[in-house]
Design a binder for this molecule. Structure first.
Ligand code: RIB
Ligand code: CA
Length: 312
């Protein structure tokens, strides 16, 4: 399946070290038209994830609207991820003085307005909790008619990374994920099952450092801190570079293999609260609703990352 040139996308995120690389990947690729970046709380509070998004856009010269969105999940309270992303949410890089500012529209309003007025269907990419998208769907269901698909970093058909059952982006706002997965939209789920195969190992850091431009300097400094934190928390020899896999898929869909399955979000408030229950073997014979990533071409992924860094 070929992805048509100039696919219009909105990137909804919670920067975050891996969100930062997703922004970098989406910012300059000719196959993608980045319409805007919308932000919510997740890896850090909204105040911090928003500033991180602005700093990244200014530093990488990505000139798109940046809109602040939900400061809290729909039902739960905010649970940030300081152990992995640090006190700022993007520890490891000193940005120049910030001179750009937010688009005044709330992220939910921006998503609704942009999708309704677009002359082509828009692809939503979420690399954080799905609060903004879920609220937009509930407030203005007509956007469903002009969304090509939703590509999400989140979930896992195996184990989680916050509880044994749940992955962080879903666990932060399971009710939001439930709304999106049951919206009728085409959902492509890029979960831990594939993102834990693209580890920022020392040879990857060395490879990207050799590019020696502003983007590679950002990559190297952020990944050094990201790696240290992931090693301390999970014992990984390299951080899983979760979020950019969504954008890499839009740039080259052959980078991942997907299975079409029924997936249900556990919103039962039990020990599996926030789990993406993917019926890989179709036990329940329920209506399928999710293209879940099963495998990733690791070499192809890192080539996409290197190619993107060289565009800056
Ligand atoms: O579980 C990984 C996800 O949670 C990534 O999006 C990371 O940025 C955090 O938000
Ligand atoms: Ca994220």
């Amino acid at each position: 399946m070929m992805i048509e040139a100039n696919r219009k996308i909105i990137l909804d995120c919670d920067p975050g070290h891996d969100d930062a690389i997703a922004i970098m990947l989406a910012g300059k690729n000719s196959k993608l038209e980045l319409l805007g970046i919308t932000v919510e709380s997740g890896n850090q509070t909204l105040e911090k994830t928003g500033l991180n998004a602005l700093n990244l856009c200014q530093y990488l010269n990505i000139d798109v609207p940046v809109c602040l969105g939900a400061s809290n999940p729909i039902i739960k309270e905010v649970e940030v991820c300081e152990a992995i992303h640090g006190e700022t949410g993007l520890d490891g890089f000193d940005f120049p003085n910030l001179e750009i500012s937010y688009d005044p529209r709330h992220a939910v309003d921006f998503i609704i307005e942009t999708i309704l007025k677009s002359d082509k269907k828009v692809t939503m990419v979420t690399t954080g909790p799905m609060t903004n998208l879920a609220l937009a769907i509930r407030i203005e269901p007509n956007i469903l008619n002009n969304i090509e698909e939703v590509v999400i970093m989140g979930g896992s058909y195996s184990n989680g990374n916050v509880t044994p059952a749940a992955e962080f982006n879903i666990y932060c706002d399971p009710e939001a994920a439930h709304i999106v997965f049951n919206s009728g939209l085409k959902v492509t789920m890029v979960g831990l099952d594939v993102t834990r195969k693209v580890l920022v190992l020392p040879e990857i850091v060395d490879r990207m450092t050799k590019i020696d431009n502003n983007a590679s300097k950002l990559f190297t400094k952020l990944m050094i801190v990201f790696n240290e934190n992931q090693k301390r928390v999970f014992g990984f020899d390299g951080a899983p570079l979760h979020d950019p896999v969504t954008i890499a898929y839009l740039i080259d869909p052959t980078v991942i293999d997907v299975d079409f399955v029924h997936c249900e979000i556990d919103i039962s408030n039990g020990s599996s609260y926030g789990r993406t229950n993917c019926d890989i073997f179709d036990y329940l014979k329920l209506k399928k609703n999710t293209f879940v990533a099963k495998n990733i071409d690791v070499d192809k992924f890192w080539n996409i990352i290197e190619e993107a860094l060289r565009m800056y």
